[in-house]
Design a binder for this molecule. Structure first.
Ligand SMILES: [Cu+2]
Length: 157
């Protein structure tokens, strides 16, 4: 009995180490969340994911207690020039040393059936689930007034 408990504790510690390694390897830059419109039951979150490790990282899914359903979404052309949102199959892979933008009109975190309104200045917590089974909790501030960045992306030139 006591041997079994020791084994379980050892196993948890290993998982924890894996998680922190990921936290170091994957940097979440400039995250923000916003409601689809004031007091809407739906919201989305955007950010830049930077992979500072030497291995590809695949984000398989996301979860949060702020909504009934949280999904990785992207926009696709439905063939008639109309952009539609769809769930990303197979997750998002950020290649080693590269970055991936989650931005308006592109990939994003979708929150459907919000359990509370997204209020400016508050923070929501979203758990990232990786292909390896590791998890990472990401703090995302709510900023409903935030404008899409657009040309700011080229500032570094
Ligand atoms: Cu969406």
């Amino acid at each position: 009995m006591s041997f079994k408990s020791t084994f379980i504790i050892g196993f948890s510690a290993t998982l924890l180490m894996t998680t922190s390694a990921f936290a170091e390897g994957l940097m979440v830059k400039d995250p923000y969340a916003r409601a689809a419109r004031p007091n809407a039951p739906t919201g989305a979150a955007f950010m830049t994911l930077m992979n500072h490790s030497d291995q590809d990282i695949t984000l398989m899914g996301v979860s949060s207690d702020v909504a009934k359903r949280v999904e990785l979404h992207t926009h696709i052309d439905n063939g008639e020039g109309i952009m539609q949102m769809t769930e990303i199959e197979g997750g998002i892979t950020i290649p080693a040393g590269e970055m991936h933008m989650m931005k308006r009109g592109g990939d994003h975190i979708m929150m459907m059936g919000l359990t509370k309104f997204l209020v400016d200045g508050e923070t929501i917590f979203v758990t990232f689930e990786f292909e390896t089974g590791a998890e990472m909790v990401v703090e995302i501030p709510v900023d409903n007034a935030r404008k899409p960045k657009g040309h700011d992306d080229h500032k570094s030139h």
